[in-house]
Design a protein around this ligand. Structure first.
Ligand SMILES: Nc1ncnc2c1ncn2[C@@H]1O[C@H](COP(=O)(O)OP(=O)(O)OP(=O)(O)O)[C@@H](O)[C@H]1O
Ligand SMILES: CC(=O)C(=O)O
Ligand SMILES: [K+]
Ligand SMILES: [Mg+2]
Length: 577
């Protein structure tokens, strides 16, 4: 008999959910269970004991110590786990795992195999590719490198494609890395296309209507204020501007023009959120099997719904998640409906800070993070988290405070932009995010900070409501009983995300049949996703999981675990035998 105690089982009816460890149930039984209308699935609490370990179970040996590859044959007896997590768990135990997820923008500084591996080892959960930069071949090669790294070395790094969108930006400066604008200089901003090299003191503007929309006297801001110009003359396609705040112009820098203290949104407000170039990029992303598509400058929920139906029609069976980037005034106006329609959101503070007064950004960030948690959508806090580390090996105190605040708000993920794409210290920047996250998370637990946030009901169907209540109870029990981990067996990942939403003290091990769900769960707070073939026979699932994880030294006898299963909607508490 296994050392199991107080096993609470909220079970489905007996014939559909055999509780013996014999593997007599067929795939048909599982299918029948899923087909039973949720409202007619009775739920009852029963107390029972976990059986002994299945005699046939052999844990798949870890082939090379740290790194785990999933062999195709023998998949039944293997478990797909992140190499970094495995090492972390073995060395420091459950509590040590980082709950906040880390996204790194890839660029020239980090596209090589060795650099990618260093980021993966350093804890990168998601790699972001910004379609504003690089050509398709570059992106294709980098995506394949990430996939190869996952396959060869046992990582589970997800890939996020970020669309270019249609906001106004400068051209690429004819290949120059940057240009300096000095006080009083007269620059030409032109919608004409130029052959490289560009004429002196000239930049190309991507938006056709630019010369029509601006007026003499407007302020023209590069990257929200990195440099500032005043419009002094309009000459057909050319707009002459005097530099009033000197600064650095970077390739494809964002441009906004201001009149009477606010951003002017003339015809450019009518530009499509997803341009024809974006649609081609999206087709490319679907073909390459990216895990997330982040949509820039979202204005309404409609565009998200449109993209989601497009993806569903184009990529049968695949589940690319759509992330709404909140970075425009319109996205703030329609915030809740946009987030409801999306699979997650990004607080894109770079462009957001160029469209609204900077002092409003922090409170808006907090509001978005909170709303996403209420609506059970993962949220990423992005841009300038460690901006100074593009050049310097240590962050400023203010940057550390900003990162701490995002972790403290319990955002799902933090994102590096230029720090990892083209900075001098990508690994160091990632390591700062890692150590600051760990420190603040530990502080949360040590101080036993009471959750100020009351979670409102988020589910609409009866079945989802049951899952939600189970997760809330499980998280509460996990905190009170100080369990070591919550295990959740989930097909599509929904129950795992409901658990993550509760932000329990202990890590959540999410077991899923699907490699793509596993990668997608990598963006969500506190989830350690595993690939595991499992059935609706919880006893056998648990026994298999225990022996597989024990063989790897990731758990040990006596560890206290709460186990949930979304098919059975069950909850059990037990010690690892
Ligand atoms: N694929 C790439 N190739 C070359 N440079 C890149 C690439 N990706 C990013 N960069 C560089 O890193 C900087 C920051 O990248 P990032 O993608 O975060 O830009 P951003 O302006 O914050 O994002 P967005 O364009 O979505 O608003 C860019 O300005 C660019 O100089
Ligand atoms: C990330 C991004 O798009 C921004 O901050 O503007
Ligand atoms: K972008
Ligand atoms: Mg942006």
């Amino acid at each position: 008999m296994a050392a199991a105690h107080s096993l609470l089982h909220l079970a489905a009816p007996k014939p559909l959910a055999p509780s013996s460890s014999s593997s007599t149930h067929t795939p048909l039984a599982a299918a029948q269970l899923r087909q039973l209308p949720a409202a007619r699935r009775p739920h009852r609490l029963v107390a029972s004991c976990a059986g002994s370990a299945h005699p046939d179970l052999t844990a798949f040996p870890n082939p090379n110590g740290l790194l785990v590859a999933e062999p195709a044959a023998g998949a039944q007896h293997s478990i797909g786990v992140d190499a970094v997590t495995e090492a972390e768990l073995r060395e420091n135990g459950f509590r040590s795992t980082r709950r906040t997820k880390l996204v790194c923008t890839l660029g020239p500084a980090t596209c090589g195999e060795a650099e990618l591996e260093a980021l993966a080892v350093g804890g990168m959960n998601v790699a972001r590719l910004n379609m504003c930069h690089g050509d398709r071949e570059w992106h294709r090669e980098v995506i394949r490198r990430v996939r190869r790294l996952n396959e060869d070395k046992g990582f589970a790094v997800a890939v996020m494609m970020d669309t270019e969108g249609s906001e106004i930006h400068m051209g690429d400066l004819g290949g120059a890395p940057a240009a300096k604008a000095e006080d009083g200089e007269i620059w030409t901003f032109s919608v004409r296309s130029f052959e490289a090299p560009l004429p002196e003191l000239t930049v190309h503007v991507n938006y056709e209507g630019f010369a029509e929309d601006v007026r003499v006297g407007d302020d023209l801001l590069v990257d929200g204020g990195m440099a500032r110009f005043e419009v002094i003359e309009k000459l057909g396609p050319d707009v002459k501007c005097r530099c009033t705040d000197p600064g650095l112009l970077l390739p494809r820098a964002n441009l906004t023009f201001w009149r009477d203290g606010s951003v002017v949104r003339e015809k450019n407000a009518m530009l499509p959120t997803i341009t024809s170039k974006d649609w081609i990029d999206i087709d490319f992303g679907i073909a390459e099997g990216v895990d997330f598509i982040a949509v820039s400058f979202v204005k309404s929920a409609e565009v998200i719904n449109h993209l989601k139906s497009y993806i569903a029609a184009r990529s049968r069976g695949s589940d690319i998640a759509v992330i709404a980037k909140i970075e425009s005034i319109d996205s703030l106006t329609n915030l809740e409906e946009i987030i409801r329609a999306s699979d997650g959101a990004m607080v894109a503070r770079g462009d957001l800070g160029a469209q609204i007064p900077l002092e409003q950004v922090p409170s808006i960030q907090q509001k978005i993070v909170k709303l996403c948690r209420q609506l059970n959508k993962p949220v990423i806090v992005a841009s300038q988290l460690l901006e100074s580390m593009i050049e310097y090996p240590i962050p400023t105190r203010a940057e550390v405070a900003d990162v701490s605040e995002a972790v403290n708000q319990r955002a799902d993920a933090l994102m590096l932009s230029g720090e990892s794409a083209m900075g001098r210290y990508p690994d160091k920047a990632l390591s700062v995010l890692n150590s600051v996250s760990l420190r603040i998370e530990k502080w949360w637990r040590e101080e036993k900070r009471l959750e100020a946030l009351e979670l409102e009901d988020v589910s609409s169907s009866f079945s989802d409501k049951v899952s939600e209540e189970i997760c809330i109870s499980a998280a509460k029990m996990a905190n009170k009983l100080e369990v070591d981990a919550v295990f959740v067996y989930t097909n599509g990942g929904h129950m795992a995300s409901l658990l993550s939403r509760c932000r329990p003290d202990c890590p959540i091990f999410a077991f899923t049949n699907s490699t793509s769900v596993r990668r997608r769960l990598n963006l969500q707070w506190g989830l350690t996703p595993f690939r595991l073939s499992f059935s609706d026979d919880m006893e056998s699932n648990l026994n298999r999981t225990f022996s597989l994880l024990k063989a790897r030294g990731m758990i040990k006898s006596g560890d206290l675990v709460i186990a949930l299963c979304d098919m059975l909607q069950s909850i059990q508490v037990m010690n690892v035998p």
